[in-house]
Design a protein around this ligand. Structure first.
Ligand code: XMP
Length: 521
């Protein structure tokens, strides 16, 4: 039975909703560990909670977690892993523009059932040529459609004949001829090509590849049984991969407010680059800077909004209501909140600015609600409990440090005194700015020693696959929602009640007075 009205009132003197709690604490900026959430009567089991969230119209994630656009966190491998788990990766911009385009393409072309441009071979090649191609491109497969010079299907070169012993044979001698190859016409695929292919594979024992052709028998696609099985499994998973309407994984990319040699915004270059990202299928761009409440960022967002009316845009970073209103007015859909909370940030120390994260989120969230934009809590998250707290005021969180030690983060694993680490550095660190991110911190592209870095270079302990890390985080978020009786993130935002935590309370919150043998996981 729900609590009585009288005890509700009594609790309310101690545990307050955001609207009372944050204004009552307006003279002291608070962060995650300064507060705790009060539990509420619940009929919600953690495993039944829904974590889907909407960042902008038409852009939905199945979990509210985004990997940060940092050069030691998110390239295509991380973005693929994030999207497969229902979240999103923002590809960083500390690389040549062309490389960022290829990174986005890799994510968008990752297994999505129908491979629209399958790798093919020609009848005149030798098996040796095909083996060399596999070696050179590091393909993990060895079955190829065979087409003539006009793209017409001639047959299928099956993996079991692509062996060194047949190296001198021609593909034409080894292929399975067209008459024996299973195909489906484009127009027969219907609205759900995966369901169509799934049925086909069940009906054709031992066949693992289905080729797609047009009316003139030109090869136009390939569907493999392993992809279909993976996708069918996904459909039954609680947190499905984050995909677009065409079944491609979602992918975001960061862009900077690039300036030309005269210090003016380089509109042409920004438009060209974002145009190319859109062509590659990017789902959202993030205008990422340390100071989002600035003319350069506002103008960049406006230029992009005018040129790409439907493109979801993230902009930031900010910590004030005025800044949220400004960026929303320029056309941003989602605003990154966080100045100086990051694990590698030194902005507060170097520049003396920035606001502890929970207060910043409260202030920004109220302006965001008025302007109908979303808030992304960016930085400072070290544990799942921080995410639960952040999600009481935001639509998603952006994490860097939590993912920097994962296998999917860029960079090598290094061993120091028997322990494994990966490099993690701030985008405002001297090394990252030298590699290209200086514009994000308002410095010239080639920073000299005079520039004050606002981030450090550090190491994170290697922590395995993103799947594992996310499973722990998601488990924690669902637990928190269960304690608050929140079936979804909107209810979490409505139900949250806060109280301050004393330093002794903080010590009480972590394991204490024990000799710890093993951490929770
Ligand atoms: P976490 O705590 O997840 O923070 O490691 C990642 C976020 O920190 C921001 N970031 C920086 N902030 N100097 C800063 O003040 C930096 O060098 C820097 N690099 C990244 C960024 O918002 C990121 O998502």
């Amino acid at each position: 039975m729900a609590a009585t009205r009288q005890s509700d009132n009594f609790d309310g003197q101690f545990y307050q909703p955001a609207e009372q709690f944050f204004p009552a604490n307006s003279r002291l900026a608070l962060t995650f560990d300064d507060i705790t959430l009060a539990t509420l009567y619940s009929e919600i089991l953690p495993r039944d909670t829904q974590l889907d969230t909407t960042l902008a119209e038409g852009l939905h994630l199945n979990i509210p977690v985004i990997s940060s656009d940092m050069d030691t966190v998110t390239e295509s491998r991380m973005a693929i892993a994030m999207a497969l788990n229902g979240g999103l990766g923002l590809i960083h911009y500390n690389m040549p523009e062309r490389q960022q385009l290829s990174e986005v393409s890799r994510v968008k072309n990752h297994v999505h059932g129908l491979i629209q441009e399958p790798i093919k071979v020609s009848p005149g090649q030798s098996i040796g040529d095909v083996l060399a191609l596999i070696e050179q491109k590091k393909f993990g497969f060895s079955t190829f459609p065979v087409v003539d010079e006009k793209g017409k299907l001639v047959g299928l070169l099956s993996g079991h004949v692509v062996k060194p012993r047949y190296a001198k044979k021609k593909v034409s001698e080894a292929l399975t001829p067209r008459s024996q190859v299973h195909t489906v016409k484009n127009k027969e695929l219907g609205k759900d090509p995966i369901a169509r292919a799934d049925k086909f594979f069940t009906e054709h024992i031992g066949i693992h590849k289905l080729l797609v052709v047009d009316d003139h028998d030109h090869l136009s696609g390939l569907i493999t049984m392993s992809d279909v099985e993976r996708i069918t499994q996904e459909r039954n998973a609680q947190f499905k991969p984050a995909r677009d309407a065409r079944f491609h994984l979602l992918c975001g990319a960061a862009v900077s407010a690039t300036r030309n040699a005269f210090g003016e915004l380089d509109r042409a270059r920004i438009l060209n680059h974002v145009g190319a990202l859109v062509e590659r299928g990017v789902d959202i761009v993030a205008v990422s800077t340390a100071h989002g409440h600035s003319k350069g960022v506002g103008d960049t967002v406006k230029v992009l909004r005018d040129a790409f009316p439907k493109l979801p845009i993230i902009a930031g970073n900010v910590t004030s209501a005025a800044a949220v209103e400004f960026l929303a007015g320029c056309g941003a859909n989602a605003i990154k909140v966080g100045q100086g909370p990051g694990s590698i940030c030194t902005t507060r120390i170097v520049a003396g600015v920035g606001i502890p994260q929970m207060t910043a989120l409260y202030v920004c969230s109220r302006a965001a609600a008025k302007k109908k934009v979303t808030i992304l809590a960016d930085g400072g998250i070290t544990k799942s409990g921080d995410i639960v707290k952040a999600l009481t005021l935001s639509q998603a969180v952006i994490c860097g440090g939590i993912f920097a030690g994962c296998n999917e983060a860029p960079g090598e694993v290094v061993e120091i005194s028997g322990k494994l680490y990966k490099q993690y550095r701030g985008m405002g660190s001297f090394a990252a700015m030298k590699a290209g991110s200086a514009a994000r911190y308002g410095h010239l592209p080639n920073p000299t020693q005079k520039v004050a870095p606002e981030g450090v270079e550090a190491l994170k302990e290697a922590c395995g696959a993103v799947d594992r890390v996310l499973a722990q985080l998601i488990g924690g978020i669902q637990s928190g929602m269960g304690y608050l009786g929140a079936a979804n993130l909107s209810q979490l935002r409505d139900k949250a009640r806060y109280t301050r935590v004393s330093p002794a309370g903080m010590r009480e919150a972590a394991p204490h007075d024990v000799v710890e043998l093993k951490t929770g996981n």
